[in-house]
Design a protein around this ligand. Sequence first.
Ligand code: ATP
Ligand code: MG
Length: 355
Amino acid sequence: MGNLEEVRVALTQEQVREALKQVKFPGLSRDIVSFGFVKGISVSGGEVQVEISFASANPEAGPRIEADARRAVEALPGVTKVEVQLSVQAPQEAIPRRRLLAGVKLKVAVASGKGGVGKSTVAANLALALQQQGLTVGLLDADIYGPSQQMMMGASEPPRVTAEGRVLPVEVAGIRVMSLGFLMDPDTPVIWRGPMVMKAIQQFLEDVEWGELDCLVVDLPPGTGDAQLTLTQQVPLDGAVIVTTPQDVALIDARKGLNMFRKVNVPVLGVVENMSVFVCPACGHRSEIFKKDGGRRTAEQLEAPFLGAVPIDPEIVVASDAGVPIVLSRPDSQAARAFQEIAQAVLRQLGSGRS
Ligand SMILES: Nc1ncnc2c1ncn2[C@@H]1O[C@H](COP(=O)(O)OP(=O)(O)OP(=O)(O)O)[C@@H](O)[C@H]1O
Ligand SMILES: [Mg+2]
């Protein structure tokens, strides 16, 4: 009878893998299979062995995942015994954070709670403004959903790879630019990119030869989901700049962004309000299209420093599309001057102000 039952249910590795997809990593919406934490599955009759290995500083993650995995597999028909081999490493062992970006003094992320607020524009112009303050600067486009720095910075050449397998950033206007866009097949559907790139990104970060940099500006993907959280944990950041727009609704998203960084202990350097006022290019009249001083109020409400406001300027769009950001193309414009002030404010917040 027992034999018959075994034949009928003929448990497969694939069924076990499917079952393990129900096991979420504590605190995240992704499962342990898509993270690549399930290293092995063996099935012998009704006996299942599962090998799980990952890095986490959370002491509860191991026992939780072990229990959840056991429960998920035991629920499969025909399973008689489940053995979970669990290995949890301390994060330092898995991610050599100190080695990662070792030659880079300051790592600053530019983030936003929602898309389209001008995060990439701020990242590119901030990088250039910092360079004009005399710093050696790199710009990493880590926006896996829509990398745009290749276009904004006019980095048309792909990076070169040395014989030793080191990836050399593309040098544009004295800035070392690297984009995850160089890694990705543009035909890959966006939903696949998260899991794929998360695995590749650490390797990628290790392989890039940034050299000595005073500051690396990181353009993060918009939002506060798992991809953003993973990135903020993988890149050892010194601080984050949150970009927002002057509408009340933007406050909610900005707060989400802020909380994400607080959760991972990355200091929030402050809030930049983008697209604040419209200054008529013909007569210089300032139209408050949205609310006045929204950014300053947002910063107050979020208890974060206010770094500056960038006006709406059609030249910004022209400049970005042409691959020459406004700090370079129109250095005397109000917007360019705003970016210079923001760069100074960022340096002050980082405690390395150069007056
Ligand atoms: N201050 C501004 N004035 C006028 N246009 C702007 C301003 N800031 C950004 N833009 C334009 O708005 C669009 C969105 O900007 P950007 O790509 O920087 O946003 P983003 O937050 O990075 O978007 P995504 O979430 O898609 O990555 C671009 O066309 C950009 O040129
Ligand atoms: Mg962007």
